[in-house]
Design a protein around this ligand. Sequence first.
Ligand SMILES: O=C(O)C1=C[C@@H](OP(=O)(O)O)[C@@H](O)[C@H](O)C1
Ligand SMILES: C=C(OP(=O)(O)O)C(=O)O
Length: 419
Amino acid sequence: MREITPGMGRDMQTVTLPGSKSYSHRLLIAAALADGESRITGLLRSEDTLLTRDALRAFGAVIEDDGEAMVVTGTGGRLKACAEPIYLANSGTSMRLLTGIAALGQGETVLTGTQRMSERPIEDLLVAMREAGVPAECVNPTNCPPVKVTGGLLKGGKVTLDCRISSQFLSSLLLAGPYAEEGIAVTVAGELVSKPYVEITLDIMERFGIEVTHENFKTFRVAANQSYKPGAYHCEPDGSNASYFWAAAAVTGKSVKVMNVTRKSRQGDVGFVNVLEQMGCTVLHEEDGTTVTGGDLSAVTVDMSLMPDVVPTLAVVAAHAKGTTVIENVAHLREKECDRLGCVATELRKMGIDAVARESSLEITGGALSGSEVETYDDHRMAMSFSIAGLTTPGVRILDPGCVKKSFPNYWDVFDTLQ
Ligand SMILES: O=C(O)C1=C[C@@H](OP(=O)(O)O)[C@@H](O)[C@H](O)C1
Ligand SMILES: C=C(OP(=O)(O)O)C(=O)O
């Protein structure tokens, strides 16, 4: 348990954050699929990205960490058989992205995780993989992991993919695509949620020399006989994790600059500052970072389909704003580390805030917060978001604060520099 002390130290604070989780997973995967040696700096070393690293090692990539960079000797897309199941805890990105990559393995691969992982859907991806020739199925009749994938049979061709639950399914097929026998053409059926994460995938594939074409994010084509180019790559800091520090400024009225996270980034969550601006904050965009200064906060109605991971942060800011904030189009938040609509509403209500989770939206009416013991549901974003409420409200106690290790192991050290 960790009790937060209200208040911030200086009026203007600067923070430096570790690497982006989404970029780190993809940089490691692309380098592991390349033929030759890559050197990657700035990577996030957290529970989830290290699980991806270990899985790629099991698939035959040689990955060494010299403290500054990870040096990856890739497989050229020829992956080793994995006799033991690959354990991916509750890392959805690892599970979904590596399920597609397992199609490049030899023989059968089983990918497994925590109890919560076995409640996070994956069947839509497996349907498309089977269309592409890959025997792939859930071990239990749940549409969720563990999954079993038979490698070596990725024919590719035309497939249809339902992306209403997760964009990670599409990223998975795209990343494996260059090594499909016929290449792959993926048509997205239904809404593509979390689209910016697909842009991150496209960015990495392009940087590694792979050409992907698409018509307005509807049909994506990856030609066969392309290969990932090894080289020197750098990972930018994490835009989702920046949200907690911008939110700290928003609720305290002070200023926080997050270094090297700028609007030039392809990380959709950097767009969180635009929502804060709409709520009454001032935002300063500079070449070397983005500063938020808090102001009188008022409620917003906002579609957050593109920025799912900052919804818990926004919810805590909304609890401090005048009026009722409506966060729309976020049904997919129910499938994350916890049911983030239900759990966020429950924890806000414990603090005396009127919060309602609907099927695909969240409504929060700002008001006077009171301290409470915050259940974090083994969800790093619950811990980090609710710590921000503790800056304005005495008696906020975060249970299981160590769960931040999933994406931000030194979160509390950086948080403490605010005080
Ligand atoms: O591809 C990625 O790196 C991610 C995609 C998003 O998931 P969904 O596409 O399932 O919403 C996001 O929530 C997750 O933290 C990271
Ligand atoms: C949803 C998240 O991650 P993942 O899907 O990788 O578990 C997250 O980091 O908020």
